[in-house]
Design a protein around this ligand. Structure first.
Ligand SMILES: Cc1cc2nc3c(=O)[nH]c(=O)nc-3n(C[C@H](O)[C@H](O)[C@H](O)COP(=O)(O)OP(=O)(O)OC[C@H]3O[C@@H](n4cnc5c(N)ncnc54)[C@H](O)[C@@H]3O)c2cc1C
Length: 400
């Protein structure tokens, strides 16, 4: 049986990997129940189903429309491929997730994000999508059309995305500086200020007094004075024991595509043998939420690799965890200890409950959030997929 990237979830369905769009259309038309599959970097059953349609092998080349400020390409492409292609031509995306290894369609379908209080999730760059309809025909929807804001973070429920159009901007340079030796007192005194200290900010902690602050400063621009918080510059820092897997740090300017992700495309991202959970809470309530999780401190330590805190700007996408809410994302990379993690997830959710947490759709969670536009989404799904070909158990579980 095939598994997700980390080997911690085993798919129950049969995977189909067509070589052409026409073959993909036929697979969709023939299947009774089908789910789109990306690069398998999610940690739960969100992508699972009877037939899993993996479109990452479909051929194609990106098409740049300079006048419109967009690029269009097959949805199964990985960010690495799109970002490299754009940078070679002097263009850029507004942001990247921690790793460039994931497919664009899979990432935007779950609301995958990078960081930056002024940056929406990766899904906010989408300007158009071409879906495979239940009968295998192509269905296009553009930004501004009715239902578009429900169609981007769609969890595969509206069908496989054959091609994606993203907004682009002129290429820019970024420097990445890492600092250590922050204290909880300094962090809690001004979480929002710290999260807004650079174009993209990540704060790593083990919930002890050990922090690592990653500032990705868009150039030209001043680097935030982290020394004023008592922090000290760090050497090149890895995010896995004994592995050199991170993009260049130490304040060396480089292309956006080689600084915004934490992990280099030629490396194994993160630890590999892991489980992830993550919750989005309102940024303005960050300090109290962090205090609440911190109370669990020693219980978390036994199963945790690392926590990462990032911020994301509010958006208008119906199922985005950032819907109308600029957020702090509280992320946990757990060791591969399913029993311990199964016990800790409800404890974290209970600690965060007063802050109305919205779980990351692609990570392990118990309690789904309620979304204001869930009813609109169900109606949209019924309209485009009246027979429920693209439904699965995950959608039932989360009430969609
Ligand atoms: C090491 C690691 C680091 C990560 N870092 C981040 C991070 O920085 N930020 C963050 O937010 N998340 C992060 N994630 C989570 C990850 O970005 C999401 O789980 C994302 O959805 C993975 O994309 P994928 O292509 O692997 O999708 P999959 O896991 O394969 O599928 C996810 C969902 O997308 C749907 N889907 C996939 N392909 C298509 C398609 N062609 N058309 C329509 N729907 C489709 C599936 O049906 C499913 O519902 C990380 C995960 C890992 C393993």
């Amino acid at each position: 049986m095939e598994t997700n990237w980390s080997g911690t979830y085993t798919f129950t369905g049969r995977i189909e990997r067509p070589d052409t769009l026409e073959q993909a259309q036929q697979v969709v038309a023939d299947a009774a129940r089908l789910r789109p599959l990306g690069t398998r970097h999610s940690f739960n059953e969100v992508a699972d189903g009877e037939v899993l349609l993996d479109l990452t092998g479909l051929p194609g080349e990106p098409v740049l429309d300079e006048a419109a400020g967009t690029v269009t390409f097959p949805g199964g492409f990985r960010y690495a491929r799109v970002a490299t292609w754009l940078e070679e031509r002097g263009w850029a995306l507004h942001n990247m997730g921690s790793l460039p290894h994931i497919s664009v369609a899979g990432a935007v379908s779950t609301g995958t994000h990078g960081s930056g209080t002024g940056n929406g999730s990766l899904a906010t760059a989408v300007r158009g999508l071409t879906f495979l309809a239940p009968d295998g025909s192509l269905r296009r929807i553009e930004a501004g059309e009715e239902g578009f804001q429900g169609s981007v973070v769609a969890l595969g429920a509206l069908g496989p995305v054959a091609s994606v159009t993203l907004a682009v901007e002129p290429s820019y340079r970024v420097r990445q500086d890492v600092f250590t030796d922050l204290s909880w007192d300094a962090v809690l005194a001004d979480v929002q200020g710290i999260m807004g200290a650079a174009y993209s900010v990540s704060l790593f902690t083990k919930w002890t007094d050990e922090f690592s602050l990653w500032l990705k400063t868009r150039l030209p621009g001043e680097v935030f004075d982290a020394a004023a918080l008592g922090a000290h510059p760090a050497e090149q820092t890895s995010l896995a024991e004994g592995e050199d897997n991170t993009t260049k740090q130490g304040g060396v300017p480089g292309a956006w595509s080689e600084r915004l992700p934490h992990f280099r495309i030629d490396s194994t991202p993160s630890n590999g043998d892991e489980i992830q959970t993550e919750y989005w809470i309102p940024l303005e309530r960050a300090a109290d939420a962090l205090r609440a999780v911190r109370e669990l401190g020693p219980r978390l330590a036994d199963a945790l690799h690392i926590t990462e805190l990032r911020s994301v700007a509010a958006d208008e996408l119906w199922l985005s965890p950032g819907y109308r809410r600029t957020s702090l994302c509280v992320h946990f990379t757990w060791q591969n200890k399913p029993t311990e993690v199964a016990g800790l997830v409800p404890a974290v959710e209970a600690a965060l409950a007063p802050f109305d947490p919205r779980p990351h759709w692609g990570k392990v969670f118990d309690r789904p959030a309620s979304y204001e536009r869930a009813g609109d989404f169900r109606e949209l799904a019924r309209t485009v997929d009246p027979q429920g070909k693209f439904r699965n158990g995950f959608l039932e579980r989360v009430g969609l």
